[in-house]
Every structure is written in structure tokens, then in C-alpha cells.
Design a protein around this ligand. Sequence first.
Ligand SMILES: NC(=O)c1ccc[n+]([C@@H]2O[C@H](COP(=O)([O-])OP(=O)(O)OC[C@H]3O[C@@H](n4cnc5c(N)ncnc54)[C@H](O)[C@@H]3O)[C@@H](O)[C@H]2O)c1
Length: 407
Amino acid sequence: MGVVGLGQGAAQVLPTLYSLPETQLVAGADPNERMRAGLLERFPGTRAYDSLEALCKDPEIEAIWVATPNRFHCEHALTAMRSGKHVIVEKPMAVTIEETDRMVEVAAECGVHLVAAHTSSYSLPVRAMRKIAAAELGTVRSVLIWSYMDWMLRARTPEELSAEAGSGIVHRQGPHQIDVLRLLGGGKLRSVRGTMGSWMPERTIPGFYTAFFEFENGTSATILLNGYGYFMAGELMPGQLDHWRYTDEDRIALRKAMRSGSRDEEKEKEEFRIGGRRDPTAKGAESGPTPWGPVDLGMLVVSCDRGDMRHSAHGVYVYGDEGRREVGLGHLQREGYANEGGATLGAVMELYNAVVSGEPIYHSGAWGRATLEATLGIVTSAREHREVILERQVAMPASYDADMLLH
Ligand SMILES: NC(=O)c1ccc[n+]([C@@H]2O[C@H](COP(=O)([O-])OP(=O)(O)OC[C@H]3O[C@@H](n4cnc5c(N)ncnc54)[C@H](O)[C@@H]3O)[C@@H](O)[C@H]2O)c1
């Protein structure tokens, strides 16, 4: 594997790519010399290049994880695929639908795999909910996702605060929620009605959205994301905020610093990249006793014909005709690898199984395009105050997770 863009997102992925027996992390590319030096130091035996083009020339690399800023996702995926590399692209898959069309076309032309990756839909509890509904609770009738979190308080580059560059909160967080609700509801949405809100003078881009979706079969989904960081949905999940990036005190201080204009966001962001004070690669791949929880995704409640489901700390609570029980998922966790949040493992294994065993890519380019269509539908609906009909939707094949055993 090679990785292009060695920033904060990549830092969450690199430990898994480095340590997973199925993959070998060969090299990374970034124009920033500090990021390259950090890669070489943290992951001995890797190589570092200053451009994607150089990375693509490395004959040992079969697949490239694209973790550059959103506006480069399409261009970088195309370059990698035209060099014969498989591609795993960070969410959002791209900025526009036209870009996703090109990505899907070029993957087919070049005969390589394209995975639209790294959303919360890869997390074990969400995947287990889909299986439990199919096996026991019946048709998914409603999906509710409420995320109250601190996205707007996190250190941001100017690029990340540009809706035009596809880096606002809807592009960045929408794919997590929409991939999840599409996976649970079968994939094929009919329409969306959304609104966005912007009420923080220090950040002019929207920090809030909410949307109502209807699937072709009548199932509905409601999502909400409030990134202003006052109430945190993690409070509803015991232990969830214990390992959060900011404490209550941090968030109070950040708001004050933003109001007084004294915050150095580039310096703070650097702390979360390789070599920084809070470098995620420094602690290796996350594991252990921390609750998986829904992290940024928010509180998820799935209602079916004969019951409801939501996250538990390491599994799923099922509320059925016989009351509540917990379906533990610890036996499905690979020792030493994070299953929640970033969900690197799920995306990498999807590509691995496709390359090695000829299995289908489930989070394919067409799947990612459908998620982006629904994401952009929120923006269009909010601007034009109307319901938006979705036309590029695809179903998740029933064979996805066929071998996932819940007991
Ligand atoms: N920040 C997160 O927690 C997080 C988590 C998951 C996914 N992501 C995704 O990762 C992507 C990048 O976001 P980030 O937060 O890591 O940003 P970042 O600014 O920390 O990192 C981006 C990196 O890309 C590099 N880069 C820029 N132009 C390049 C080019 N032409 N070729 C090669 N490298 C180039 C930059 O030097 C930088 O190191 C986004 O798509 C985002 O959605 C971010």
C-alpha cells in the first residue's frame, strides 16, 4: 500500500496499514517535508516521495489510499488508477457528482478496484445491526442519527473551511451518516429534504445540518449534525467522552480563543499530524477497553418491524418482543485494531478480499457516488427550500457480510 497525503486523516490509517499482516505499507507521498520525515521515523522501512506521481512509479505498490484534501480526491484517484493501482479514497469520495462519474469510469477502463472508504458504515455495530434486522427484527422502517459534536471547534486549515473546496461540514460528516443509513435501509434512497445552519460568527461555513430521507420502499431516515460543541452526544454513551480529543474545559477555552482571535489553528492542527504532540500514530493502532461507541456518527436508533437497536459499549442493544438484550461483538474484533470511527480495517479488508479472493467491492465507486449524491442533495435542498429527488442510488448487495457470525 501507498498513501498520498500524510496529514491528520492519514495518521489515523497508517498504523493499521503498517501492522496488518495482509498489507505492507510501502511508501507515502506528501509535498510537506515534515510529514515525509515523520512517516520515515514512525514507520521504519517505508519510503517517502514528494509527489503522487513519484509514488505511482513505485513498482512495489499495488494500491493507494488517497488522503489528500477533498478537492484532490478525484484527480489523485484518477492518476493512481491510470498507473494501474487500486484506490481506496477517503470520504467524501469527491466534491461533485461529475468527478465521481469520472472515477467510476476510469476504474472500469483501467481494470482496477475503487473503494469509497473510511465511513462509519464499516464499523462492526452498524454492520451487525443490518444482520440482526435481516435475521430477526424484520424490515428496517426508520433510521435516526443525531450527532452533537465539536467539529466546528477543531483546528481547521482555511481549505477545510471552504464549502467550494468541498470541505464544509456536510461534505466531511454527511458521508458517515448517509453511508450508515443507506447500509441499514438497503441503499436506494428516493429523496431528501435538508436544511443547513450557520450561527457561529467565527466560522462562516455551516456548522449544522438536518435532513429527512425517504427510501424507495418507504423507509425513512432522519439525520442531524450540530458541530458547535456545546452538548456532546457522547454524553449519552457511558465512557464515550473519556478519550475524546477535547474536555469540557478545552472546549470552553477554544471558544474564548476563537472569539478573541488568539487561536493559531495551523499550529494546533499540526499537533494531530505525524510527529505532533497528539500524533495518533504514536500510540499505534487503537485497541483495548475504550468503548467503541458511535464517535462522530452520533446516536443511532434503528427501528424495525419487531424491535429497535442502538449501540452498546462493545456491541448492539436489541429491544425486541422479549425485552432488551445486548449482542456483544467482541469476538469479531481483531486484536489490536480499531473497529469503530475511522474503520480503516473494514475498507482495507474489502480491497484485500477483492484482490486476493475475487470478492466484490461493496463500498464501490457507484456506492460512494450514491452517498455523495445524497450528501449534495442536502445542500441543494437547503438552498432551494425543496425536496430533492435522488437518481443515482444503488443497493448494497445482500451478500455483504455474509460470513459475519454474530454468535
Ligand atoms: N482530520 C481527520 O480526522 C480525518 C479523518 C478521516 C478522514 N479525513 C480525510 O482526510 C482528508 C485530508 O484531511 P486531513 O484532515 O488529513 O487534512 P490535512 O491538512 O491534515 O492533511 C492533508 C495532507 O495532504 C497533503 N497534500 C496536499 N496537497 C497534496 C498533493 N498535491 N499531493 C500529496 N499530498 C498533498 C498536505 O501536505 C497534508 O499533509 C480529507 O479528505 C478528510 O475528509 C480526515
